[in-house]
Design a protein around this ligand. Structure first.
Ligand code: FES
Length: 263
């Protein structure tokens, strides 16, 4: 079985053992006149800056916005974010290299993070990661990465697929996941956490819902034979159904309701 790779310092997280390049010229805050920034990206970063008294506090959402636009935290993406924030690219690079979800190398369009922490490992995550890793070999659209606890231990073993949590996963789910991604369908729609009230099938009170523009979702039976969906209760109330929205971790905070007037 494939060992989950560790770096020299024993960490699963890259970056800590990258030496500083002492030969490099010190970098300064980029000149806005020579560093054009797409209007949408500038507007988004400025909206994040407006939320904080210290502009450095907006570094994470600014980098996330730049990564969304460029596909990864490329030197150009970081320079653009630094230009709007009036910071050095080095400051933002230090942050981008620390966090697993910022990519400082080009990665595939689809990002699959397989949790290999304790609950998932005990339920077969290492074999799942190995199967996905092997299946992604040579597929430039796919980036498979192992991850520390993704905070959904109740659906172990699980993965985040482009920000959508799916689980509990079986090895046989891997081909179906890949074909969903290749066809542009919601990944493993019947295993998406956000489509269920609970990970426990006996506690569910919602029938699995059809994905937008897709045929009704059915749970795959043994050998991939589809079974009809099981009606287990009433539909989720419309005001609680967030199945067409990104995972909570990616949602912007809700604006305050009825903010107190100043004074
Ligand atoms: S151990 Fe995998 S989600 Fe927590």
């Amino acid at each position: 079985m494939r060992e989950v790779a560790r770096f020299g310092n024993g960490s699963r997280v890259p970056g800590w053992d990258d030496a500083v390049d002492l030969e490099k010229e010190p970098v300064e805050v980029p000149d806005p006149a020579t560093t054009p920034v797409p209007d949408d990206l500038r507007a988004e970063i400025e909206s994040h800056l407006a939320k904080y008294p210290d502009r450095r506090s907006a570094a994470l959402p600014a980098l996330a916005a730049a990564q969304r636009v460029h596909g990864w935290c490329s030197p150009e993406a970081i320079a653009q974010a630094a230009t709007v924030m009036r910071l050095t690219p080095a400051y933002l690079s230090a942050i981008a290299t620390f966090y697993d979800m910022f990519h400082t190398e080009p990665v595939g369009l689809h990002r699959v993070y397989v949790c290999t922490n304790i609950s998932c490992s005990l339920n077969g995550a290492d074999a799942l990661y190995e199967r996905l890793h092997d299946a992604a070999e040579g597929n430039e659209d796919l980036h498979v990465q192992h991850f520390e606890c993704l905070g959904a231990c109740d659906i172990a073993p699980m993965a985040s697929v482009d920000g959508v949590y799916v689980g509990p996963l079986e090895l046989d789910d891997v081909p179906r996941l890949l074909s969903d991604l290749a066809a542009g369908r919601p990944p493993l729609a019947d295993k998406q956490l956000r489509r269920r009230f609970s990970a426990d099938p006996h506690a569910n009170t919602q029938q699995f819902r059809p994905g937008p523009g897709n045929e009704p979702i059915v749970a795959a039976g043994a050998g991939g034979t589809p079974k009809p969906p099981v009606a287990v209760g009433p539909d989720m109330p419309a005001d609680q159904d967030r199945s067409d929205q990104p995972a909570p971790i990616e949602q912007p905070p809700d604006p305050p309701e009825n903010p107190e007037p100043d004074g």
